[in-house]
Design a protein around this ligand. Structure first.
Ligand code: RIB
Length: 305
């Protein structure tokens, strides 16, 4: 199959309903903090990244996910469908829909605890057909054996495998060998590299062709083969950083699926993730491509792809 007909994106991963409360600061162990208003938002790293791919446009986006038979599933399905994601749901009778409990501080920082529920039931044999798929986007909130099986099948089918190695955990070398593009934050990079060395040194330690590290308000750094690329962050008034990393991953993969050059894809991903930080909630905060283009235009950057 030619690369022209392999244009779609498949995201396989988690979906959660996020229970969010704002507080002056994230509580320390043993501390109780009086917070403010409580709200729920559709979330989950996989679902957030699928929504970010679809909102960035340019490639059809499908998601493999597992949900419970409960009221928490409905807002997640609605959010993904309205973003334009086609859903491949493995419905679980025995497990509730995944949930995440999030405290967002007045500075926009967060602390998250996930109860995986149905996400932990996604099995290796659940992977749908890869016909027409150009990019498979994975994270680590579903069982590692399934993530590894999906990456192996995609590699065998000539599909580009993108792994966001979050939340941080030790990864088998066989999984990393099937990954084409690895996206991590600084902590995840240090954990995978097994060293508290300089970022560039850690990027060189990982045997994946492309490794991209997101650096929050410092932007991102990418090792593309042996070439290093840097993209500074776009300064914004931060409201909530939840889902900013997921927005980066989805926007990046959408741009690559569209055929954008890597510097352009990194720029769009940083811009989309900056915009996501200006709003509350995970999927609720993810911008559409038009907003990203307008934002880049205000920064004096004219995207031509
Ligand atoms: O990356 C942010 C996400 O992490 C939240 O939406 C939450 O559900 C957890 O999966």
């Amino acid at each position: 199959m030619s690369s022209r007909t392999r244009s779609s994106i498949l995201v396989a991963g988690s979906a959660n309903l996020d229970f969010v409360v704002r507080a002056p600061h994230v509580p320390a162990p043993g501390e109780t903090v009086l917070g403010g208003e409580f709200r729920t938002f559709p979330g989950g790293k996989g679902a957030n990244q699928a929504a970010a791919c679809a909102r960035a446009g340019g490639a059809a986006t499908r998601m493999l996910l597992a949900l419970g038979e409960d009221a928490f599933a409905e807002p997640i399905e609605d959010s993904l469908r309205s973003a334009g994601v086609e859903l491949d749901i493995r419905r679980q009778r025995e497990q509730p829909t995944g949930t995440a409990f999030i405290c967002v501080s007045d500075r926009g920082e967060n602390a998250i605890t996930v109860a995986p529920g149905a996400n932990s039931a996604l099995r290796p044999q659940d992977l749908p057909s890869l016909d027409g798929v150009g990019h498979l986007l994975l994270q680590l909130e579903t069982p590692l054996a399934s993530v590894a099986a999906y990456a192996r099948a995609a590699r065998a089918a000539g599909v580009r495998v993108v792994l966001n190695a979050a939340p941080a955990q030790a990864l088998p070398a066989e999984l990393l060998a099937d990954v084409d593009v690895l996206i991590v934050n600084e902590g995840e990079l240090a954990a995978l590299a097994g060293a508290e060395a300089a970022i560039e040194a850690n990027l060189a330690r990982i045997g994946v062709p492309w490794v991209i590290v997101t650096l929050g308000e410092r932007g991102c750094l990418a090792r593309i083969g042996t070439e290093m690329l840097e993209q500074p962050a776009f300064p914004v008034e931060v409201v909530d950083t939840t889902g900013a990393g997921d927005t980066f991953c989805g926007a990046l993969v959408a741009a690559l699926a569209r055929g954008a050059e890597v510097p352009c894809a990194l720029r769009e991903a940083c811009a989309a993730s900056a915009l996501a930080c200006t709003r509350l909630g995970a999927q609720a905060s993810i911008p559409r491509r038009e907003e990203v283009e307008a934002f880049l235009g205000q920064a004096g950057i004219d995207e031509d792809r």
